[in-house]
Design a protein. Structure first.
Length: 487
């Protein structure tokens, strides 16, 4: 089953590759890419249905025949309770990203579609890899594709600087992780997950390894002070790039915290917990205040992502079941709500007005009532309103960290208040008042494609917010085993 998840997007890319760029061929390429991504999503749902939530072992394990030829790297893949939902999120968001730019990408369309299909395969590979070196390879493999996407399909003359900043920041941050993987291979003679988990590493060695891995994951999250690349990358990338970046690329770091730091280096994680919590609090408060003063709508959503990921990190490093499960839930909720907000401001509003500066946009409620209602619902979800998945994630994360340090929990809760400030500020300025004279006439509300896109992101946000046990049942066994191994 895992082999199908990895191969189907590649097969779709190979089908699209020889096609010409005529109008008829472009329509066929779009349908092929969308169908391919939807097939992959249904396969991931079948894996979820077949998944045994009572087991702590990796399931659907698949080892490639070439594995015997690589002594330093085992090409095997598997899914457990932690990686399952990140795979589901990846397969769910990919067709949403393709549909978001379904009509406004005409130049180099073939390479645009192939890029996102390959991104889907590479991200799934990172989430299901059972070898540390293999995880690093796929962790970094998304960088060149996203770099090309930002440069070719991005907006504005500053996209080149943003693409280079994104590429160099994340590449340089990941070099310490590569050195740490080589150190582990030197210690153990293997980078296989199961062998590493059986090996006892001294505390001093764990501290060195932990710092190397943490730098890589902190840049990708991002945490303060490594946050400058994310708002620029979001602002200058196409809408589909922003959706993938917010929904799944940032979750590679979330998965890395769980899979590597907490799992393999538990003593060092416990030692550095106060440091991580302090950095996360600084990221939450700094990013929240930075969000309030933003005038570019896409930059505003990007800075809010940094604040939400800070709460995720607080939950993951709370050393409690509630905190870790809350961090995962908030990561999933952010993967639904943040792409929806990017579709609202970077897609629907930008397509009709050609503007992203808040001062130039107002009065949309008069001409776009259906859009305003959906925009308002997602704005509330972004603030963590009850009955949304974001609310449960934030509450469980803060409850988990409260058990360890109430002061840190109170400081982290300020992010909820500040998120309400900048979210409602954005909604009120764009939706109410007289129509801005800087705007062209708005003739229509959202179309059917945009409506179904937002609805597809709203349904899981609300359903899982009301019925969280659908996710928590599978998570509980995996997170409990993670903490018991730490203890």
């Amino acid at each position: 089953m895992i082999n199908l998840l990895l191969l189907i997007p590649i097969i779709g890319s190979l089908i699209i590759l020889p096609m010409s760029n005529t109008i008829d061929s472009q329509n066929k390429m779009k349908k092929i890419a969308l169908t391919t991504s939807l097939i992959n999503f249904f396969i991931s749902l079948f894996i979820w249905y077949q998944f045994d939530s009572s087991s702590t072992q990796f399931q659907f394990v698949s080892e490639l025949p070439l594995a015997d030829q690589f002594n330093f790297c085992h090409l095997n893949f598997g899914i457990d309770g932690i990686s399952l939902y990140f795979v589901l999120l990846t397969t769910f968001v990919t067709p949403v990203a393709l549909l978001s730019n379904y009509t406004n990408i005409t130049t180099n369309l073939k390479f645009f579609l192939i890029s996102f299909l390959l991104l889907e395969t590479l991200q799934i590979c990172a989430f299901v890899s059972l070898d540390l070196l293999l995880f690093y390879i796929f962790f970094e493999s998304v960088l060149p594709i996203l770099f090309i996407v930002i440069v070719i399909f991005g907006h504005g003359n500053d996209r080149f600087r943003s693409a280079f900043l994104f590429f160099l920041y994340t590449l340089a941050g990941s070099l310490p992780m590569l050195l740490c993987i080589l150190m582990i291979y030197n210690y153990i003679g293997s980078t296989d997950f199961q062998l590493i988990s059986l090996y006892s590493i001294s505390l001093d060695s764990q501290k060195i390894l932990w710092l190397g891995f943490f730098i890589a994951f902190a840049v990708k999250t991002p945490l303060y002070p490594f946050i400058i690349w994310l708002p620029k990358a979001h602002a200058d990338s196409p809408l589909a790039g922003s959706i993938i970046l917010a929904a799944t690329i940032l979750k590679l770091a979330t998965y890395g915290y769980l899979r590597v730091l907490i799992n393999f280096l538990p003593d060092a994680t416990n030692y550095f917990n106060p440091l991580v919590q302090t950095i996360a609090i600084i990221a939450i408060i700094y990013a929240s205040f930075s969000t309030i003063i933003q005038q570019d709508t896409k930059r505003l959503i990007a800075y809010s992502s940094i604040a939400h990921m800070g709460v995720v990190v607080l939950g993951l490093f709370s050393n409690t079941i509630q905190g870790i499960e809350g961090g995962i839930l908030l990561a999933l909720g952010h993967g639904f709500v943040s792409p929806a907000l990017f579709i609202c401001v970077g897609g629907i509003i930008y397509d009709r007005t050609g503007k992203r500066i808040i001062n130039y946009i107002r009065g949309l409620a008069t001409y776009m009532p259906v859009f305003t209602i959906l925009f308002f619902i997602f704005t509330l979800c972004n603030t963590g309103i009850p009955l949304s998945l974001n609310f449960l994630g934030e509450q469980l994360s803060l409850i988990g960290i409260w058990q360890q340090n109430p002061i840190i929990a109170c400081l982290g809760a300020t992010g909820i208040v500040l998120s309400a400030c900048y979210s409602m500020f954005l909604f009120n300025r764009l939706s109410y008042g007289n129509l801005s004279p800087s705007l062209p006439p708005i003739a229509k509300d959202i179309n059917r494609r945009e409506y179904y896109l937002l609805l597809s992101l709203l349904i899981p946000t609300v359903v899982f917010g009301i019925l969280p046990n659908v996710i928590l049942t599978s998570l509980h066994t995996a997170t409990s085993a993670l903490l018991y191994s730490v203890a």
